[in-house]
Design a protein around this ligand. Structure first.
Ligand code: PLP
Length: 295
């Protein structure tokens, strides 16, 4: 089986021109070049993406990822992704990966070639690196100011906060700043002091029998893993809720995690150098459940 696979969509959106009779996707050599230097995804980061976990041959939270993909497209005023075409392509990529290995599929939709009339879309699948140490030993995080108020999504929608755009250079820069400060990852805080999300993850924390998260509407992503973790907690009889979270609330949690597709739940073991308790057994159960998910 190939180490990685790439499928190009012939018509990623029904709103864009294209041959309706063409096959939905075609597999191409992932080591060969397929984009032009004029693609706006490359020259301006003008596009969107999703990354899905694939465990035992199943794409996880597929419908949630597809609806978030559509929402991001709408926020960027991109042509709406054709959900059926994307679903079919993602499932074909998943089917060509070894089900015994943890993998991921990344879907990308760009505005296409500058002055062109159609978006570019592809789905790339590969095997995941090991996240064992993040899942078991946990992460030291630093709180970093994102520079926007927590209501940015409502006041300034053109900033695209809450869309999963290709412009992740800032998210990568934040992680480099964390490493410079001797930490592993970041929790962004709004300029008015509200806990937001990690650069590639959602914040979840436990207080007593409640599992909590900052929730949507704060210019952050609607996390598919957080939704599943809440589903799991509810199946255990725990309560779940969204709440406006301050750094002090997070620091006083019984335990906290950064949760995301692929890495799954990574406990936060320190915030700005202050230790936070890690519940290893609870985390292992959470990750066991996430890894075994069928949908
Ligand atoms: N927030 C951001 C900024 C992300 O990039 C991600 C995932 O990459 C998440 C949250 C977590 O989302 P999910 O659980 O759907 O992977």
């Amino acid at each position: 089986m190939a180490e990685h696979v790439l499928a190009l969509l012939s018509r990623p959106s029904r709103e864009a021109p294209g041959d309706p009779g063409a096959p939905v996707y075609r597999f191409v050599d992932p080591d060969a070049a397929h984009l032009t230097v004029l693609d706006l995804g490359v020259t301006r980061g003008d596009g969107i993406f999703e990354t899905l976990s694939v465990n035992h041959g199943r794409a996880q939270a597929l419908e949630h990822h597809l609806s978030r993909f559509a929402r991001s497209a709408a926020m960027l005023e991109l042509p709406a992704p054709d959900a059926d075409a994307w679903r079919e392509t993602i499932l074909a990529v998943v089917a060509s990966l070894d089900p015994a290995r943890e993998a991921f599929v990344k879907t990308v939709l760009t505005r296409g070639i500058e002055y062109g009339d159609r978006p570019t879309g592809w789905a790339y699948g590969a095997y995941s690196p090991s996240f064992e140490s993040a899942r078991t030993e946990g992460l030291a995080v630093v709180l970093l100011d994102r520079g926007y108020r927590h209501d940015v999504e409502r006041t300034s929608p053109w900033l695209l906060a809450g869309a999963k755009t290709l412009s992740y250079a800032i998210n990568r820069a934040a992680v480099r700043e964390a490493v410079r400060r001797g930490a592993d990852d970041v929790v962004f805080v709004s300029s008015d002091g509200i806990v937001l999300e990690g650069p590639t993850s959602t914040v979840v924390y436990r207080r007593g029998d409640a599992l909590l998260s900052p929730g949507t509407g704060l210019g952050i992503l609607d996390g598919t893993t957080q939704a599943n973790v809440f589903r799991w907690a509810e199946s255990l009889g725990m309560s779940t809720a969204f709440e406006l979270t301050t750094p002090d609330l997070l620091r006083s949690a019984d335990a906290a995690w950064l949760v995301s597709s692929v890495r799954l739940a990574a406990p936060i073991r320190a915030i700005d150098g202050e230790p936070l308790p890690v519940d290893a057994a609870f985390t292992a159960r959470m990750n066991g459940w996430l890894a075994a998910l069928d949908d």
